[in-house]
Design a protein around this ligand. Sequence first.
Ligand SMILES: Cc1cc2nc3c(=O)[nH]c(=O)nc-3n(C[C@H](O)[C@H](O)[C@H](O)COP(=O)(O)OP(=O)(O)OC[C@H]3O[C@@H](n4cnc5c(N)ncnc54)[C@H](O)[C@@H]3O)c2cc1C
Length: 460
Amino acid sequence: MSQRTAEVVICGSGIAGISAAYHLAVRHGLRKVVLVDERAPLTLTSDKSTEAYRNWWPGPDDAMVRLMNRSIDLLEELARTSDNRFLMSRRGYAWVTADPGRAEAMRDGGLLAESFGAGPLRVHTGRVSDPEYLMSPAEGWEDQPVGADLILDEVLIRQAFPYLSPAATAVLHTRRCGWFSGQQLGMLQLELAREAGVQLIEGRVEAVDTAGGRVGGVRVAAPGETIEISTPRFVDAAGPFLNPVASLLGLELPVFSELHLKVSIEDHRGVVPRGAPLLIWEDPQVIGWSDEVLELLEAADETRMLVGEMPAGVHTRPEGGGGSRHIIILWPYHAERTAEVFPLPLPEHYAEVCVRGLATMLPGMDVYRERLPRPFIDGGYYTKTEENRPLACPLEVEGAYVHGALSGFGMMASQGTAELLALHLTGGPLPSYAGAFTLDRYGDPEYVQRVREWSKSAQL
Ligand SMILES: Cc1cc2nc3c(=O)[nH]c(=O)nc-3n(C[C@H](O)[C@H](O)[C@H](O)COP(=O)(O)OP(=O)(O)OC[C@H]3O[C@@H](n4cnc5c(N)ncnc54)[C@H](O)[C@@H]3O)c2cc1C
C-alpha cells in the first residue's frame, strides 16, 4: 500500500476529467491535482464522438446557448494559442427539410435562438433585398458569421447544396458550429495539465472515505498495489459509470444511458463533398426496402421498427483531411434507456439502415444500395439527465463534486462545464447560468419539467 496526498482527486480521464484537471491546474493554479483512470485517457467514450460543436440549443431559457457560447469561446482561445492543434473548423450544421411546416418551425426556432444569444437569423427568400449568404470555409474558424441562415430560396439551396435531394425546400445553416479533433483537444489539455503538475494514476477508484460527512480520501486499486490518497476533494467524472462511482459516496445521481452508434464508410463515389457542413435530415421517413427484405424485417421483433416511420435526424459529415474519402453517419433511431454494457452491442443492420436513410437527403447515396462499402461501426453511451442538461456542481457530501451527464455534447460543452466545476470548487464567482447545471435545479420541478419537454427537440 502506498500513501499520497492531493488537493483534489478526479475519477475519470475522459474529456470530463481531463478538462476539469486542466481548468483546475492551468487556469486556477491548483498544485496537487490527481487524475485516476483504469483505462488509457480518452479511450472509453471520448474518442468515439462525432466531434461536432454548436451553439444552437433549445429553451425554455438561454442557459444552454450561454453555456455553449462560453465553451466555444474557450475552445477558440485554446485553438488560437495552440496554432489550432485540434483542427477546429466552422462549416456549420445544415438542417434540411422537405416539409413546408417544418420550415416555418425553423424560422420560429431561429428567432428564439437569436433571442437566447445564438446570433442573428438571416432569411433568404430569393428577393433582391435578401441578406448576403456566405458559404463556409472548409478549414479554419476565424471571421465567420454567427447565428443562422434560413434558406427558403430553392435556387440558392441548389446553388449552395447541389447534392441535396430536390425535395429539400428549406435549409437552416447554423453558423457557430463545426467540428474538431476531440482526441487532439483532450491530449493537448492533458499535456498542459501535466506541465502544470497534474498527476495521472492508472487504477480503479474503489472507495471514497466520507467519514464525518466529508471527503477525506480515495482508495485506488492500481496494478500491483493499492494507493491511498488523502484529499479533501473528489470529482466524479466517470462518464457512463457516473452512478457506480457516486455510490462510493452513498449517492445516486438522476442519470441514465442510451446507446449511440456511428458508422464510417469510404464514400469512394464522392457523394458528400469534402467541404460539406454537417448535414442533418430533419423529417421522419419510411425506408424503401425490397418486398423480400420487408418480409424478413417484419418477421422479427428487433427489426420490425425498421419498416414503419423512422424518426428524423439521420446525419453525416466528411471525416479526415488530406486524401480521406470517409464520411461518418449517425442515426439515433434506436436510442432508448439501457444498461452500460461493454463491448457495445451492435445492431446487425445499422450501417445499411443509415446509408438508406441518408439517401433520402442525399440521393447520390443510392449508389451504395447494392454494394455497401465496408462499414466500421463504433459508439458509446450518452449518459444524461432526463432534461438532457449536464451536471457541473457540488454533491451532498462535503468536498464531493460531479462533472458529467455530458450526453451527446461532452466534447463541445467540456470547456464551459469544466470552468463551472472549477469555479464551484475554488469558490470563484459563478456566471448566472451556473444554477441550470447544478442539482439545485431539481428544487423547481416545474422548471425541470419544462426543460424536459424542450429537450426533446434537440436530440442528435
Ligand atoms: C456516438 C457518439 C457521438 C458523439 N458525438 C458528439 C459530438 O459530436 N459532439 C460532442 O460534443 N459530444 C459528442 N458525444 C458525446 C461525448 O463523446 C461524451 O459526452 C463525452 O465523451 C463524455 O466524456 P466523459 O469524460 O464524461 O466520459 P468517458 O469518456 O467515458 O470517460 C470516463 C472515464 O472514467 C473512467 N472510470 C469510470 N469509472 C472509474 C473508476 N471507478 N475508476 C477509475 N476510472 C473510472 C473510465 O475508464 C473512463 O475513461 C458523442 C458520443 C457518442 C457515443
